[in-house]
Ligand binder design. Structure first.
Ligand code: GCW
Length: 683
């Protein structure tokens, strides 16, 4: 199976000729009535996909008297006199794939609710063909469950990517926007294939140079990028600096209630839309980790967000305001301040105060993208405010694209969590898609894991996370396995050995990573700054609010109402009680919610200390097994990918051992308790 890892899941190698027979008959003629650019790109993609397997199809603007494939919007379809019962069933970005009769022949129709729907429909048929699905199984009506499916890029204009583990930025170089946009076009294709419809191209930490992206100096270049994305149904957004009026506007204040400031932003909006008529809007990190914001002026987040929202409103733009706001200058001895409480404390009182084109972007966990965190209680608490879910695809705390960590299971846990906000069944996925509270906007956002590396993602298997993000944002009901299987087939073909090796590997990779890193939901324990590798006390005596409170007697953060920080009260019942009570708190979150002695018995019957030892030994063994299983695939995976993955498994195994030994030694020294099985723990 030879194809370049650059092509990701768009390799277009057929895995099952027989399955393809069902489709073949329609591919002689492609009927397209529209001259729309998105539809043209869709047709180009289909031709590209088919080019290696059938004779080149003829593109017609009329119906031939033979079987054919028809590609167009519902309006195009009706104009053809064809009948299909799709009204009200098709959302604007949805699509339908079906076979209809026209005179004496059959028309395989890809019908979109809009041009974007057409594009997604074409990618659906391509995905079906190349993952070995029969035509019958491919027929469907499919709508996105989330209207906004956005990627955030933490790219700086000097070309570096904050928390990027896959090379340099594909958008920026040397403090400018790149000249050659061909890689961005390939990226747009990849994103369209997983139905991503928005990109924020610059880092939420907006530094001096990036502050100028909203000026005449750079907007023409931003417009060039936006134009490429537009052809694939993707809107461009920018992260902005809240202090821009002062830093580049010559004003003496950025106070959101100041008239001059309001006018300044209105002028900025009008200018941006003159360059980019379909500009998506602003992403804002304000009053967070030393970034400027409304607090400076005694204003709150709603004042700040609404001021910007008013400027964008006439053009249909939105303000995406992040809730990652917490005190990052705490005294570690102060046990009453709890960072986990911060988002709720800051934003819950403002529920109902935001304009309808403001969306709060909330990280899945209350701390910061750890390998295991409970859901942020803000989901379910904001009944009158739009919220987006923010996931981190880039693997900051989950192995930095050196370790394999398929994140879809983690994301699904978050989306499937029941908040009980409106009784049983109030799942997070319903909060974020807007249906639970009838919100105006809903969506899922991911912090991208790509850069200019040959495989886009550094670790070639980390492509599965980008793929999985898009699929899950489209439909959170897909299972982790379904997504993994689809990705493996599209990426590596349908060899059974490959499938039976890589799919289980992906599915257990998160658990393996968790085993040899920080135990029982406590998180952190990493080297400060870059966050790679074990350092148990790395963040223990710092100002960041990220502690485990381990001493010789016990470990964990008491977040109960009864004796701790009171964080559990931010959840609705019965969730609050479940976490509050140590007997019902799930073990994987034990140390997140409770401070316990090392002798505390888990539901498995093991003590906490023995669990720590066992999981750390087991995690390494399982990492070694993944590496060995991969080696068995030599010859079945293209060489380039095979080697790139193996190199990373080599690193993972070595570094997992370091984690194991550092963690085990730390707790052995703290507790003096020996491993029941007498395995090697360095003293
Ligand atoms: O996890 C932290 C990261 C920062 C990041 C911040 C955020 C972009 O370490 O690098 O800044 O979260 O989400 O704003």
């Amino acid at each position: 199976f030879a194809a370049s890892m650059y092509d990701c899941w768009l390799k277009y190698v057929l895995c099952d000729d027989k399955v393809f027979d069902g489709y073949k008959d329609y591919f002689k003629y492609i009927v397209v009535k529209s001259s729309d650019r998105i539809i043209n790109n869709a047709v180009e993609e289909l031709k590209k996909a088919l080019s290696s397997i059938v004779e080149e199809a003829e593109v017609l603007d009329y119906m031939p008297k033979s079987n054919c494939i028809f590609i167009g919007t519902l309006d195009d379809f009706k104009a053809e006199g064809l009948k299909v019962d799709l009204e009200r069933k098709l959302k604007s970005e949805g699509f339908a794939l079906n076979v209809v009769k026209k005179d004496n022949h059959n028309v395989l129709s890809i019908i979109g609710g809009s041009e974007k729907g057409v594009l997604y429909g074409v990618f659906h048929i391509i995905r079906s063909i190349f993952s070995g699905k029969s035509l019958e199984d491919a027929l469907c009506i499919d709508n996105p469950q989330n209207d906004f499916r956005i990627l955030n890029h933490w790219d700086n204009m000097d070309g570096n990517i904050e928390r990027g583990y896959a090379g340099k930025s594909i958008f920026f170089k040397d403090n400018r926007i790149v000249d050659d946009l061909s890689r961005i076009k390939d990226y747009a294709r990849l994103l369209a294939s997983i139905a991503v419809n928005g990109v924020v191209i610059n880092n939420v930490n907006v530094h001096e140079q990036e502050t100028k992206l909203i000026t005449d100096e750079f907007l023409p270049d931003v417009a060039r990028i936006a134009d490429v994305f537009r052809g694939y149904g993707i809107k461009t957004y920018l992260s902005i600096n809240f202090a821009s009026p002062v830093e580049i506007g010559g004003l003496s204040t950025a106070d959101p209630l100041n008239d001059e400031v309001k006018k300044w932003w209105k002028d900025v909006a009008s200018k941006i839309y003159s360059y980019i008529p379909d500009f998506g809007g602003f992403l804002v990190k304000a009053d967070s980790e030393f970034r400027p914001g409304p607090f400076t002026y005694g204003r709150n987040h709603a004042d700040g967000a609404n001021m910007l929202a008013e400027a964008l409103k006439p053009y249909g733009g939105i303000v995406i305001w992040r809730t990652f706001v917490y005190n990052c200058m705490v005294d570690w001895r102060d046990r009453s301040t709890d960072r986990a409480k911060a988002a709720y404390d800051n934003f819950k009182p403002l529920d109902g105060k935001f304009m309808d084109n403001v969306v709060l972007q909330v990280k899945n966990g209350p701390m910061d993208f750890q390998i295991r965190e409970p859901i942020t209680p803000l989901f379910g608490a904001m009944e009158k405010t739009n919220v987006f879910m923010e996931f981190q695809i880039t693997q900051e705390y989950t192995g930095q694209q050196k370790h394999l960590c398929y994140l879809v299971p983690l994301w699904k846990e978050a989306l499937d969590f029941d908040t009980f906000a409106k009784g049983e069944g109030s799942f997070v996925k319903k909060v974020v898609n807007g249906s639970l509270f009838g919100s105006e906007h809903g969506g899922i956002v991911g912090v991208a894991n790509i850069g200019d590396s040959a495989s886009w993602t550094g670790h070639p298997l980390a492509q599965s996370n980008l793929y999985g993000f898009g699929r899950l944002a489209w439909n959170p009901d897909f299972s982790s396995r379904e997504i993994a299987e689809e990705w493996v087939r599209l990426t590596f073909g349908c060899d059974e050995d490959v499938l039976n090796t890589v799919v289980p590997m992906l599915l257990e990779s998160r658990e393996i990573y968790e085993e040899y890193t920080s135990p029982l939901g406590i998180g952190w324990m990493v080297n400060p700054g870059h966050h790679y590798g074990p350092n148990i006390d790395g963040y223990e005596y710092s100002h960041w609010g990220t502690y485990h409170y381990a001493d010789f007697k016990g470990i964990g953060v008491d977040r109960t109402v009864e004796t701790g920080t009171g964080y559990t009260a931010q959840y609705k019942e019965p969730v609050a009680k479940m976490y509050e009570n140590i007997d019902t708190c799930p073990d994987e979150f034990l140390l997140f919610f409770h401070h316990v002695p090392y002798s505390h018995k888990l539901k498995s019957g093991k003590t906490v200390i023995q669990h720590i030892y066992d999981t750390h030994f087991e995690g390494v063994e399982r990492a070694e097994k993944m590496r060995e299983a991969w080696i068995k695939l030599k010859g079945k995976i293209d060489d380039e990918t095979y080697k790139a993955v193996l190199e990373r498994f080599d690193i993972q195994v070595v570094d997992a051992k370091e984690w194991r030994d550092v963690v085990n030694t730390y707790f052995y020294r703290k507790t003096g308790i020996k491993d029941e099985h007498g395995r090697k723990i360095y003293e």
